[in-house]
Design a binder for this molecule. Structure first.
Ligand code: M6R
Length: 616
């Protein structure tokens, strides 16, 4: 997590760094800071809390620097205070570092440096990186018998800095994307990357670094996704990249076009609301893109011959999309699918070999847990296929095949339109698999597109008003369903809990009586999802069990004649049983959004969470 940016060019760097940071705030908002160079000297400005605090502290200042780095923090080491905010500097003010990732061996390095007389000012692993880099630079200097000179007045050559940076990253274990400014070098930003995302952006007479491409929207149009182990520097008209042997790397820029309105709120108050409303268009765009680019046809049918075994791995909402895919593949194609949380998969010694086909689902393409599973699958010789939403993400660069989702930039931390795009991409994949396996399925992508078009204007904001008022102060809300409905309940519960801070738990409806029914009383609210025509009676029985204990059941269902058995029903379109996920999620997402705003919370930036979880 954490977002980092860097700017070097002819314009004032700090306002540009702030602007780019605003598009990265979804990655963390515990504190924010910038460092810039003016006349060879490094200055930093940091504030605790959201970026607006930093922005307000700088808005009346004109800072004559055209080289700046910036950071928005999701705290991992040390509480969110000013000392722990980035940029972190060394004790001599030689350099400033912004960092995304975790230096796992920071403590042993820190103890070693303390023993050598280095003074620390924060609890962060990033300061350890800054101090170690400065130490490595100065050690070289002392070796050259220049130690009488004040360190922060010495001008290091770029070559010396790169060598010291390379030494530093060899000494650090873990994940990092770092941008560094060094005193005495006014128009240059150094960088290094391992496992955390870092992109170089190129504009006219200016160069950028950022954690993702949307951060550079309107500033750069050519991008290079820095590879693990690479390091180098950017200047306004020069980009230099080395591999870990310090050999020059020839880089190829990729042109990516993102429209401004995609990352603006427009008529909406919150990105989450805008993105819920974009659900239908992201389904359509995903299917169109997959068909147009013929991405599925690039996956060779021969990998699905003989003894192939399918695995799905993801986290959070992406995993919930994967659960639906597993259900449909098993139900329709009769092919078994293993599915695991990415954080569990890598430590369970998964059974993988050259016959394994592993599907990885990730909006960001940067989730550390999922990425580590991709690496593991590759080591075992499996075929890897990623379903990702962010172009040029790390996952895209390391898998065998990419199936892009077309949700466009998703800014709100709670994933909504990306979930629907993931479903659309997975259903397209299932359609392709059915053709290869010569099996019949009862849907096709055309049907999904039609359905998205037909119901795109379905609006649940008004019908949910009363319910929102009633449930907003609840401590716990249960979600139930059977089959696909249980999988939808899981996602509905995740949505509500992450932005309302109400404890929400989803259960297979039939499991209630095996324990959780003990928690139900006449104050309980239960959201029941019922979209599967063959399960009406079964789920209704569970609703009766809840009613008998006094629970108030809110039913999300297209079926009529059920209203009398529940406290309130929200009607959804009646569609093919296999396609209900495309229409049932909107009321669940809208419910979560409305509860969050009714509690005066920020649905786009829930506490303790970040959009891309780039640490394990
Ligand atoms: O970028 P990814 O899809 O890999 O992210 C996975 C989860 O972190 C993400 O879906 C998370 O659960 C969302 N906050 C849910 O709304």
């Amino acid at each position: 997590m954490c977002g980092i940016v860097g700017y070097v060019g002819d314009r004032l760097g700090v306002p540009i760094a702030l602007k780019c940071l605003s598009a990265l705030e979804y990655r963390g908002y515990d504190s924010a800071g910038v460092a810039y160079i003016d006349n060879g000297k490094i200055y930093t400005e940091k504030r605790v809390g959201k970026l607006v605090n930093l922005y307000n502290s700088l808005k009346n200042k004109i800072i004559p620097s055209s080289c700046a780095i910036g950071h928005t923090r999701w705290a991992t080491h040390g509480e969110p205070n000013k000392n722990n905010a980035h940029p972190q500097t060394d004790c001599n003010g030689i350099l400033a570092v912004v960092h995304n990732g975790i230096i796992e061996n920071f403590d042993s390095i820190k103890q070693d440096l303390i023993a050598k007389g280095v003074k620390f000012n924060s609890d962060t692993d990033t300061e350890v990186f800054a101090q170690l880099l400065a130490y490595n630079l100065c050690a070289k200097l002392m070796h050259n018998t220049m130690h009488n000179t004040a360190h922060n007045t010495i001008k290091f050559s770029k070559k010396t800095i790169i060598k010291a940076l390379n030494k530093t990253i060899q000494q650090c274990e873990g994940a990092y994307a770092v941008a560094i400014v060094v005193a005495g070098i006014d128009d240059c930003i150094f960088f290094a990357k391992n496992k955390s995302p870092l992109i170089i952006g190129k504009g006219e007479e200016e160069s950028y670094l950022a954690s993702d491409t949307p951060a550079l929207l309107g500033f750069a149009n050519k991008f290079y996704s820095i590879k693990d182990g690479e390091l180098g520097y950017i200047e306004k008209n020069k980009i230099v990249v080395f591999n870990d042997n310090l050999e020059n790397v020839k880089i190829k820029f990729q042109q990516i076009t993102i429209k401004t309105e995609q990352v603006m709120l427009g008529e909406f108050k919150h990105f989450m609301h805008k993105e819920i409303e974009q659900g239908a268009s992201s389904i359509i765009e995903t299917i169109d893109r997959i068909k147009k680019l013929k991405v599925l046809q690039k996956i060779p049918p021969k990998i699905f011959e003989d003894k192939f075994n399918l695995h799905i791995t993801a986290c959070g909402t992406a995993l919930h999309a994967g659960l639906i895919a597993k259900y449909i593949i098993e139900n329709q194609l009769r092919v078994p699918v293993d599915l695991d949380y990415a954080s569990e998969f890598r430590y369970k010694k998964p059974i993988l070999d050259a016959h394994s086909v592993c599907l990885f689902i990730s909006q960001s393409g940067e989730t550390a847990d999922t990425l580590s599973c991709v690496e593991l699958a590759k080591q075992k010789g499996a075929t890897t296929i990623a379903f990702t939403n962010v172009p040029a993400s790390r996952m895209e660069s390391i898998v065998d095949f990419v199936v892009p989702t077309g949700a466009g930039p998703e800014i709100a931390v709670a994933s909504t339109k990306a979930y629907l795009a993931q479903l659309a991409a997975l259903y397209a994949f299932i359609e392709y698999l059915a053709i290869i396996l010569k099996k019949e399925i009862k849907f096709n992508c055309g049907m999904i597109k039609n359905l998205a078009l037909k119901y795109s204007h379905q609006d649940y904001t008004k019908v949910l008003d009363d319910i929102v008022e009633e449930i907003k102060n609840e401590e716990s809300i249960y979600f139930i369903g059977r089959g696909v409905d249980y999988l939808l309940a899981l996602e509905g519960a995740l949505k509500l809990k992450e932005i309302s801070y109400i404890h929400c738990e989803a259960l297979p409806a039939g499991e209630l009586k095996h324990g959780s029914l003990a928690l139900i009383n006449n104050n309980s609210f239960v959201v029941a999802v019922l979209t599967q025509s063959n399960l009406i009676e079964k789920t209704l029985n569970n609703i009766h069990e809840l009613n008998s204990r006094g629970a108030k059941v809110i039913l999300i269902s297209p079926f009529t004649n059920l209203e009398n058995f529940v406290y309130k029903q929200i009607y959804i379109p009646n569609v093919n049983d296999l396609l209900t996920p495309f229409v049932a999620m909107k009321p669940l997402q809208t419910l979560a959004y409305k509860v969050s705003i009714s509690k005066n919370l920020d649905p786009d930036k829930p506490r303790n969470l970040a959009k891309s979880v780039t640490v394990e």
